[in-house]
Design a protein around this ligand. Structure first.
Ligand SMILES: Nc1ncnc2c1ncn2[C@@H]1O[C@H](COP(=O)(O)OP(=O)(O)OP(=O)(O)O)[C@@H](O)[C@H]1O
Length: 269
């Protein structure tokens, strides 16, 4: 476990660490319609009719994305999720956020988990300004709170550094700019459990440093932060514990340095 050296991990008055997320043997299965191949062709349609007894043959395919993952996260921890493409990191985060049902096993959370993904639901046709309000409301902030923090959010995002972009529709932003605004909105609030999916990788170095600083602050304010990233450096700079997923299974759970060493040895990077 990561925590003997973890001086910011919050403890209760009796000295016990406070769990925020417990994943108990979590399995997530996606069901995909129309995965049977050749959907549009007449022969594919015919073979579907001929074999219509089984779900699998009707083109419903299953993807077992997370397989028996168990861990306990504590208040004050920043936990990195690593693994090669398709290993189940985003799926696990979405399950913790309550956005995906578990096939088997359970996720217990203390407080409201907030998922900040690169695809977080802001609206492309609205201006950055309107999206700050929308995002703030979606996170449960009052209009008053949003108004108070509005300028900080815009400054943090750096969106206006190169002109008045905050009054333009978000669809005109580059992917990096969009990710920065999403992160800035989410970081404006103190979260019980904050989950960040790759947001740091899309910003430039200056923004990454700012975000990493903010993640450290959020941890001190006693929340738990999960960070999915393909940047080992971001993980090293922000997390004290790392979960390594591969093919949906939890391969390793331990202190950052130890897990990254094993990961780098395995993947050669
Ligand atoms: N909406 C979906 N429907 C069906 N299968 C999905 C869906 N989303 C993900 N998967 C599958 O689940 C598995 C895990 O995907 P996931 O996105 O969780 O991996 P990841 O580790 O976050 O990958 P990456 O590093 O590439 O972002 C993959 O096999 C993927 O194809």
């Amino acid at each position: 476990m990561a925590d003997e050296t973890n001086d910011v991990t919050a403890t209760a008055a009796d000295g016990a660490r406070i769990p925020t997320v417990i994943a108990d043997d979590v399995h997530i299965v996606y069901r995909v319609n129309g995965g049977g191949g050749g959907k549009g062709s007449a022969t594919a349609a015919l073979s579907r009719i001929l074999r219509r007894d089984k779900a699998e043959s009707r083109g419903v395919r299953t993807v077992h994305a997370v397989r028996g993952v168990s861990f306990t996260a504590y208040r004050g921890e920043a936990i990195g999720l690593i693994g090669t493409n398709g290993s189940g990191k985003s799926t696990l985060l979405r399950a913790i956020a309550g956005l995906l049902p578990t096939e088997k096993g359970k996720v217990y959370t203390d407080g409201q988990p907030s998922l900040l993904g690169v695809n977080a639901a802001l609206m492309g046709d609205l201006t950055g300004e309107r999206n700050v309000i929308l995002g703030g409301l979606a996170m449960g902030m009052s209009r008053e709170e949003i108004r108070e923090r509005y300028q900080d959010i815009v400054d943090f995002s750096g969106i206006n550094e190169k002109g008045d972009f905050i009054t333009l529709p978000m669809r005109t932003y580059s992917s990096g700019m969009g990710a920065r605004l999403r992160f800035a909105i989410a970081a404006a609030k103190n979260h019980d459990v904050l989950m960040i999916d790759e947001a740091l990788a899309t910003g430039d170095r200056k923004f990454q440093i700012r975000s990493e600083q903010r993640i450290r602050e959020l941890r001190k304010e006693a929340g738990t932060v999960f960070l999915v990233s393909h940047s080992n450096k971001s993980i090293r700079d922000t997390c004290d514990r790392v979960l390594w997923l591969e093919k949906g299974e939890l391969l390793m759970d331990g202190p950052t340095a130890e897990v990254l060493r094993a990961y780098e040895k395995e993947t050669g990077r």
